[in-house]
Design a protein around this ligand. Structure first.
Ligand code: ATP
Ligand code: MG
Length: 239
């Protein structure tokens, strides 16, 4: 059964989709079966970032509303055979219940190791829907005070969901600014939010230009962290 991890944030544009897709690629490179689920309705970004926008016949809403089976809406990545995407709907926002989406995800969960759920920015309906489908959360923030403050708000909200584990990804870190003390460090952010940091991702040209960087060491390490954490948790549960 898949681990269901939502990638969320308070502030928009901090790198949720980038984290979701790059983590998916790294886990797939290790041979894990992964579905990246785009629950940012109306904007469909995941398929573009992963370069599969022309391959989807159906989207998540088609599956929710019964126009196709959930597995028919999954698109296999041409380069990574264990990486799939489930595109968000193109029709724009309309009410879709969290329960209906959760049900679709439940039907595909048994065939995957990971469902990575990309959430929209903000703390409204789309956030609620994405978070309701997950059991773990990666909270993405940048080192900017406004992003950290919004992440704090989201961390508070996450405690009212059935999320077993919340951890941070600090994105768009700049080495030069960090060295000069012009930026909050990942350690300071961790202390302020009282959450562990899974990864600090530097601002990289390859990510800016191509969205996905297969060779990114930071994302490889994030994948290892996620896998390590999982094993530890399973071990704890067995005791
Ligand atoms: N570490 C990084 N280095 C360089 N560019 C990055 C990095 N992370 C993200 N970006 C760029 O920043 C922009 C926003 O990233 P992304 O779309 O992943 O954010 P988001 O949180 O999903 O946004 P939204 O809230 O709109 O969904 C993109 O153009 C992306 O390529
Ligand atoms: Mg996004």
């Amino acid at each position: 059964m898949a681990r269901k991890i939502v990638v969320t944030s308070g502030k928009g544009g901090v790198g949720k989709t980038t984290v979701c897709c790059n983590l998916g690629v790294q886990l797939a490179r290790k041979g894990y079966s992964v579905a990246v689920i785009d629950l940012d309705f109306g904007l469909n970004n995941v398929d573009v970032v992963l370069g599969v926008e022309n391959l989807a016949t159906y989207d998540v809403l088609d599956a929710v509303e019964g126009r196709c089976r959930a597995r028919q809406a999954l698109v296999r990545h041409p380069r990574f055979p264990t990486l799939y995407t489930l595109a968000s709907n193109r029709a724009g926002e309309r009410y879709v219940s969290p329960q209906a989406v959760r049900l679709v995800l439940e039907t595909i969960a048994p065939r995957f190791d990971f469902l990575l759920i990309d959430s929209p920015a903000g703390i409204e309906e789309g956030f609620h829907r994405a978070v309701s489908c997950a059991e773990e959360a990666l909270l993405v923030t940048t080192p900017h005070i406004s992003a950290v403050r919004d992440a704090d708000r989201v961390a508070g909200l996450l405690s009212s969901y059935r999320i077993g584990e919340v951890s941070l990804v600090v994105n768009l870190v700049r080495r030069d600014r960090l060295r000069r003390g012009e930026m909050l460090s990942p350690e300071e952010i961790s202390a302020a939010l009282r959450l562990p940091v899974r990864a600090a991702i530097f601002e990289e040209d390859a990510l800016f230009l191509d969205n996905v960087s297969e060779r990114s060491r930071a994302f490889r390490r994030l994948a290892e962290e996620i896998l390590g954490g999982g094993e530890e948790r399973r071990w704890k549960r067995r005791k």
